[in-house]
Design a protein around this ligand. Structure first.
Ligand code: ADP
Ligand code: MG
Length: 490
């Protein structure tokens, strides 16, 4: 819990500083081939209403049957969030009328969720890590989708999504800025993807958040919150919080009061607007679903799932720092996606960890980003990148040539060592040959050589000239030393 107030996170108002308080309800679609209470497929992008069983369509007399894989996924997630796993939980009916929910109620968990309190470590910046409390995680059904833009007179409904399992993960109101909230969602996404319990695809709506925002003067009780529904990108979550906090501060400073309400974020306008007030809020008349027994499992089942969990991001990050001597920042970047971490380890095992990290982060990630690709479609394999790192550490190629080599392999593929040999890319180790170039370059620029004695920056000019004349194959450090001696520096 964040007790100390960080002045940098406060928002300046006309009457002084304000603290923003944020709590998030994340809806994460469970990775599972079948829905929560039926055998229908969860595949994305199918023909409308092609994955709808009689249970999903809520035909009379149909009975829900719990999908044990969804239960296992929720337990794994709870374990990953260092949370209390409840061996007994209860499914309730949350009653409301919605055209894309044919049952007339959503099966959810209310009083007795499958997962209780937990916590998540969040890196807000390379030097600031906060702990965010988890209030609970429960399983519930997703609704279908109403489609209003296909016909001028009718609305259509697609029930493919209806009944798909969601995990609702509720945070405590522990977040204090839009940056913290964004970092929290990003970390949650990373954890879920490591666990394999949700793919975190926000574009498909598989991870979305209800964002609760309030403001207060430092030391005051929690203020009245507004809930911004269904925000489906990390950037929009940040923008919605910034707008909403300032809106609330403006109202209070003008002598008004915040009314608890549900709002929507409009990314095009960059504003939130009211959807319904608390007075209009539904009375969901929750009650235990009489069609489902309480959900019960044993501690030994939980232990079994726990033993099979993969290494999670925090542990991996700590291990990368210790084992490969990485900075916390590099370790964080390399462990954001487990595929990236695996790639890095394949390069760094038996090689210099820091040089490997530089090549993976700067060259490879930089290039992948530029082309909108990810590690799974990288044209340069870990083995090939490792080969490049070997050639650098064996002093066979310079860093400059290594970049050319990377480019060749990116486009043409091939074995790094063979390419270097075939194209004569080896670093010039013949000191006499380099000395000759140094002598020539200095002789060609006598006035600049004179200036370089007093103007240190001038040395770079000469290093550049010599490197160029050597076709990039001289060692820059050697060149620099020779030039200093030749010109008479130091
Ligand atoms: P509800 O069931 O009405 O949605 P909860 O108490 O479960 O209410 O809270 C929902 C979310 O709102 C949680 O993530 C919680 O952290 C957050 N929250 C609660 N009070 C505040 C507040 N004053 N300011 C900001 N967020 C809050
Ligand atoms: Mg809520």
């Amino acid at each position: 819990m964040n007790i100390a107030v960080n002045p940098k996170k406060l928002i300046k108002g006309a009457t002084g500083d304000w603290e923003v308080v944020i709590g998030l309800e994340i809806h994460a679609q469970v990775n599972s081939r079948a829905k929560l209470f039926s055998g229908s497929s969860t595949a994305f992008g199918a023909e409308p209403n092609s994955h709808v069983s009689l249970v999903d369509a809520a035909m009379p007399g149909m009975l829900p049957v719990i999908n044990s894989e969804c239960v296992a996924q929720a337990i794994r997630t709870g374990l990953g969030l260092k949370a209390q796993v409840n061996l007994r939980s209860v499914f309730d009916r949350k009653n409301y009328f919605y055209p894309d929910l044919p049952q007339g109620y959503q099966i959810s968990q209310f009083k007795y969720p499958i997962i209780g309190e937990g916590e998540v470590l969040v890196d807000v910046t390379p030097d600031e890590t906060i702990t965010v409390g988890i209030e609970r995680l429960h399983l519930e059904q997703d609704a279908g989708k109403s489609i209003h833009d296909l016909d001028p007179h009718n609305s259509y409904v697609d029930l493919n999504r209806s009944g798909v399992a969601l995990m609702e993960i509720v945070s405590k109101p522990d977040l204090r800025s839009s940056e913290e909230a964004k970092a929290y969602v990003s970390k949650m996404r990373t954890i879920l993807r490591y666990l394999g319990t949700c793919d975190g695809d926000m574009e498909k709506g598989n991870l979305r958040a209800d964002v609760n925002v309030s403001v207060r003067k430092i030391g005051d009780e929690l203020g009245t919150r507004c809930e911004i529904k269904n925000v489906n990108s990390i950037r929009f979550i940040g923008q919605a919080i910034e707008y909403e906090a300032r809106r609330q501060i403006g109202i209070i400073e003008d002598g008004g009061k915040i009314i608890q309400e549900t709002r929507l974020y409009d990314p095009a306008k960059g504003e939130t607007r009211s959807m319904r007030s608390k007075e209009e809020a539904h009375d969901y008349r929750y009650f235990p679903d009489p069609d489902l027994l309480p959900l019960e499992f044993t501690q030994s089942y939980v232990d079994e799932l726990n033993a099979a969990l993969p290494e999670l991001p925090d542990a991996k990050k700590a291990r990368f720092i210790a084992e490969y001597k990485l900075s916390p920042y590099d370790a964080m970047v390399l462990t954001l996606e487990h595929e990236n971490a695996d790639y890095y380890e394949a390069v760094a095992k038996s090689r210099d960890g820091k040089i490997s990290a530089n090549w993976v982060i700067n060259e490879l990630f930089g290039r992948l980003n530029k082309e909108g690709r990810d590690i799974n479609t990288s044209p340069v394999s870990a083995e090939q990148l490792g080969g490049i790192v070997d050639l650098i550490t064996e002093n066979i190629i310079s860093g400059k040539i290594a970049k050319d080599l990377f480019e060749i392999i990116w486009v043409e593929g091939g074995n790094p060592r063979e390419i270097v040999k075939a194209r004569c890319m080896e670093q010039v180790t013949d000191l006499g040959a380099i000395q000759k170039i140094v002598d020539e370059v200095v002789a060609a620029h006598p006035d600049k050589a004179e200036q370089a004695k007093t103007k240190h920056g001038m040395l770079g000019f000469f290093v550049g000239m010599v490197m160029k004349a050597s076709g990039g194959k001289a060692n820059p450090a050697t060149v620099s030393d020779m030039l200093k001696a030749k010109i008479g520096l130091e």
